[in-house]
Design a protein around this ligand. Sequence first.
Ligand code: ZN
Length: 293
Amino acid sequence: MKSMNNVSYYKINKSKFMNWEAASKHPTAIEIETLNTGEIISKISGLLNLKNKNASKLKDGTAVVPVLAHIVRHEKYGDYLIDTGFDSSFSNEVGGNFKGLLKKVYFKNRYIQEKSEEGIEVQLKKRGINLKGVFLTHIHEHAAGVPSLPSGIPYIYGDGECETSFFPLVYSNFFENKTNLQKIDFSSAQDMPMLGKCADIFGDGSFWAVSTPGHTKGHTSYLVNGIKRKILITGDVCITKKGFELNVETGKFSSDIEEGRKSFFTIREFIKEYPSVNVVFGHETDEFKIEYK
Ligand SMILES: [Zn+2]
């Protein structure tokens, strides 16, 4: 795995809130809009750990999986993204902006952009979004829109994240022209009851990065404390709604299934305690659903 150059550490603001209970009583005008940028045809055993006893009724097979991005609109600090999904390169070419000798074979019939879905840069333009920065749950395909987004804005992700790197066969170089990469060092972040290491991104309790390693080393979930809605963006620590409901963590797509299970358990317990928080899964919402074949 290749690490990236020109990366600095994200400056973690000191929060005035010591726990979610207190923060949730002071919500902010911050909202989320989820976009679908394409689909992946995926093995179910990658999405869900079929070895978990709670998955005993599930069989392996294929699923059509939306590739999501989320616009974050903060009344005071402006518009951000959580994850980018695909850019329009995926509508022109198999494997889009991934690189490598085996790219066409590897991504054939798997990474798809139907005519009804558009790349992230097109969807942002249509909405008149003036992007201030991009937060990532992790890299993989969740950052596959980065090459079509502005160069100078901050791209922020958990320490330990790497690009896909099976050079020269299949690899990505999404941050090639980006000048402002920042990684969050959660070891210096505050401990929140139930959630563990968290960073209050704007320092006003409106938007929290939550360390949820396992799917990838630096995997990060995001918690949004809005007046209208409170939302947990899980990322791929929980890819599917089915997994959340059956209590089955992410499967073979995780680099460390055991650690992923711990992070999954953490967010599941948190939602049990605070059921009014809406959950947006790594690749599924009530609007954009996974189709199991
Ligand atoms: Zn994913």
